[in-house]
Design a protein around this ligand. Structure first.
Ligand SMILES: Cc1cc2nc3c(=O)[nH]c(=O)nc-3n(C[C@H](O)[C@H](O)[C@H](O)COP(=O)(O)OP(=O)(O)OC[C@H]3O[C@@H](n4cnc5c(N)ncnc54)[C@H](O)[C@@H]3O)c2cc1C
Length: 467
């Protein structure tokens, strides 16, 4: 029997025994309806991927050229907030001014086949980017879990994959172009406007709008992906060894299960053997069903989870790099991810597990554990570290994430963790100032580029301590 059939059967057996727990949407924000502005203009609501963030902007802008963009940045109703694919969980985008999308800045602009560099439009989504790079014999060294984000949106929040020798996406950026709120067009790299380059690679859409990005890539290659289950305690003990041994390695702690899942990805010359149909989304809904039906019988939930994990065969797949890294995420959620001192990662994961299993019986989403190499972008959560360890917790999109996230977040505070910029957290400007050595330099440069605060929505004002 396959793991998903098994979990499904377990849930069906349990269904008549118990009523479905009410983990409903009480207190969850509700998106605004379509409205009409004072000038009779139809206002269209915007919401992010999870539906948690939303707004009713006065304008939705999609410039077609840098000239048009420069004009809009000077004249459109503020706050002006750039949007990529809307996959961030924090309030980076919502505005009652203008939402500005670069979806018309898409595709390959130039490339160098010898140096393996490529310049692409800022609105290019990672999936399309991967295909166009593959077409010119290049590859991204690493990718996040999904490929729906735009390149500018992804680097702006320090989006990353996993691998202790692999940096976040922005660490591959060797140049970018920014149009400032005053309409200036600035190119930057390590050689040109170096301070701007260090600030702009991870800049939360607060310095201006990025129109193009130059990437240092690697040659296209095949990868082998291996997925297996091991006892949680054994995997925790082996984590450092596996992270050092593999190009890319991550583990998932499954709530209320004695085993955990491991995924390794390594370059290979083996023949292609594709990944096959995605099973993650079904599996998540089935562990949700176990949570719903078996909340009064936690021992039975654990037993079924353990049986399913024991039943899981090792999965192996070999394919072109861009068909191996990303997965699909159809079950919507909100997320909090913290980047922590690497040496504390496993001890902290044990604390997270203890807290989930003693206080959060409602939780069912796998907890993702990754490593990321350090870099030198001023607002990179990986700034100044050799490598960081990340722990990501999730909450089903129709259920209130805040009490759970706050309880887990309190474990990270003594460690001085830095949250993912695109994922929920409760840190204040004072916390960020303490955790980012170049915080003051970033704010000074930001004030210079955007003296009137045209890019600042209420959330960014809070983050930057400008209220
Ligand atoms: C299902 C799912 C899976 C995810 N997996 C991962 C993962 O594996 N690893 C990880 O690190 N993160 C992950 N994330 C988080 C996600 O990668 C980030 O939040 C990312 O920033 C989203 O990119 P986006 O294109 O949707 O940008 P948006 O969320 O729309 O915007 C993000 C930021 O970029 C700014 N921005 C957008 N375009 C521009 C531009 N042209 N110029 C200047 N600023 C701009 C926005 O103003 C905003 O501040 C995931 C999110 C989801 C929903």
């Amino acid at each position: 029997m396959k793991r998903r059939d098994f979990l499904g059967a377990g849930a069906l057996i349990a269904a008549p025994l118990a009523g479905c727990d009410d983990h409903g949407a009480a207190g969850m924000p509700k998106p605004p309806a379509v409205a009409v502005g004072p000038d009779g203009k139809r206002l269209l609501p915007w919401q992010n991927w999870s539906g948690y963030q939303h707004c009713l902007p006065q304008d939705r802008l999609t410039p077609a050229s840098e000239d048009e963009l420069a004009t809009l940045l000077k004249s459109a109703p503020a706050p002006i907030r750039p949007v990529g694919a809307g996959h961030s969980f924090t309030s980076l985008v919502p505005t009652d001014g203008s939402i500005l999308s670069l979806r018309r800045f898409e595709g390959l602009i130039a490339h160098d086949a010898t140096a393996l560099t490529a310049t692409v439009g800022a609105g290019t989504k990672l999936g399309a980017l991967a295909e166009l790079l593959q077409g010119i014999g290049q590859a991204l060294p690493n990718m996040p879990d999904i490929d729906e984000q735009t390149i500018a949106g992804a680097i702006s929040t320090a989006t990353h994959g996993t691998g202790q020798k692999l940096g976040a996406l922005h660490s591959q950026v060797i140049g970018l172009r920014l149009v400032t709120p005053r309409g200036d067009v600035l190119d930057c790299s390590r050689q040109q406007n170096a301070d701007l380059f260090d600030a702009a690679r991870v800049s939360l859409g607060s310095l201006g709008v990025i129109t193009q990005v130059r990437l240092q890539n690697v040659a296209t290659h095949k990868l082998k992906r291996r997925v297996w289950f091991e006892k949680f305690d054994t995997l925790v003990e082996r984590f450092d060894e596996l992270a050092a041994q593999h190009h890319s390695f991550e583990m998932y702690y499954l709530p209320f299960c004695d085993s955990a899942m491991a995924i390794s990805i390594d370059p290979t010359d083996e023949p292609v053997s594709p990944r096959g149909p995605e099973q993650d989304n079904d599996a998540v809904m089935q562990v949700k069903m176990l949570r719903d039906y078996l909340s009064f019988w936690p021992w039975m939930r654990r037993r079924l989870m353990n049986l399913a994990a024991d039943d899981f065969p090792v999965e192996e797949a070999v394919d072109q790099w861009n068909l191996v890294f990303p997965s699909s995420r159809d079950v919507r959620f909100n997320e909090m991810e913290y980047h922590l001192p690497r040496e504390q990662l496993m001890a902290t994961l044990r604390q997270v597990r203890e807290r989930v299993e003693s206080r959060h019986h409602e939780e069912f989403f796998p907890v993702e554990v990754r490593t990321v190499k350090g870099d030198d972008a001023w607002l990179s959560p990986f700034y100044g570290h050799e490598e960081s360890g990340s722990i990501a917790v999730h909450r089903y999109h129709l259920e209130d994430p805040l009490p759970y996230f706050a309880d887990i977040e309190s474990l990270y505070q003594p460690l001085g963790g830095r949250p993912h910029w695109g994922k929920m957290n409760t840190l204040t400007a004072a916390d960020f100032a303490q955790r980012y050595p170049r915080w003051g330099d970033f704010l000074a440069l930001r004030a210079q580029l955007d003296p009137e605060g045209r890019m600042l929505n209420p959330y960014l004002k809070r983050v930057f301590g400008l209220e």
